[in-house]
Design a protein around this ligand. Structure first.
Ligand code: DX5
Ligand code: ZN
Length: 220
């Protein structure tokens, strides 16, 4: 399966977002957008107006990771702003059925996210209705943290579940991804790699994306 690379805008230069996005766009598959409210997580990042403005400069698939309380309240507006996929934390919506329906009504692809401490079983009943399962490999809230290797068995469980039930959900790993650990995450069963710091804080972001792709091939 082809690996998708989704750079996280959280590590970009917020004074030059359009430039940073246009520079990596030809090299990447998705753009990962971390929306935080200072409540579900301690940090505040950016919100709907920023996403709407970026929609004007790129056709990239917008993968929006929502770290807010009441995440389903924002789905219609996120759809209007040009988001393609929303992923919601199972810790924020323990029963995600209504949120899933709301996402579909608004034409959004849908994902569920697991914090490092949350077991795969929390999302298992819903995987069949999801386009994406996100395994957090850092505590959500901040970029630039170190990958937590203890989440690898959870990626394997997600992969096993998807395959044994003949489902098609992508499995994303988010947090602390570098060329050193990208191969391990892919070998465990991830299909989408989020990388903020490793891409946007490097001197040559498109080359950093290629380094991640190479790392996934070597370890296959
Ligand atoms: C953390 C975010 C991640 C983060 C990844 O809450 O969900 O997407 O931006 O950034 P790096 O790659 O720097 O860990
Ligand atoms: Zn994220």
């Amino acid at each position: 399966m082809a690996v998708k690379i989704a750079p996280s805008l959280l590590a970009a230069d917020f004074a030059h977002l359009a430039n940073d996005v246009e520079r990596v766009a030809p090299a990447v598959d998705w753009l990962h957008l971390d929306v935080m409210d200072g409540h579900f997580v301690p940090n505040i990042s950016f919100g709907i107006p920023v996403i709407e403005s970026l929609r004007g400069v790129t056709d990239l698939y917008f993968d929006c990771h929502i770290m807010t309380t009441n995440p389903d309240a924002y789905l219609p507006e996120l759809a209007k702003a040009g988001v393609n996929l929303v992923s919601l934390h199972i810790e924020a919506v323990p029963n995600p059925v209504r949120a899933m329906a709301r996402a579909r009504e608004n034409g959004l692809d849908f994902g569920l996210v697991l914090n490092p401490g949350t077991p795969f079983e929390a999302v298992a009943p819903y995987v069949g209705q999801c386009d994406l399962i996100v395994v957090m490999s850092v505590e959500p809230g901040y970029g630039g943290q170190t990958f937590i290797p203890e989440v690898l068995p959870k990626i394997e469980s997600a992969r096993e579940w998807v395959e044994s039930h003949e489902l098609s959900a992508d499995i994303q790993v988010d947090g602390g991804i570098t060329p050193e650990n990208a191969g391990t995450a892919i070998s465990a069963g991830a299909t989408v790699l989020v990388a903020g710091t490793a891409v946007f804080r490097s001197e040559d972001p498109p080359a950093a994306v290629q380094a991640l792709r190479r790392a996934t091939r070597t370890d296959e």
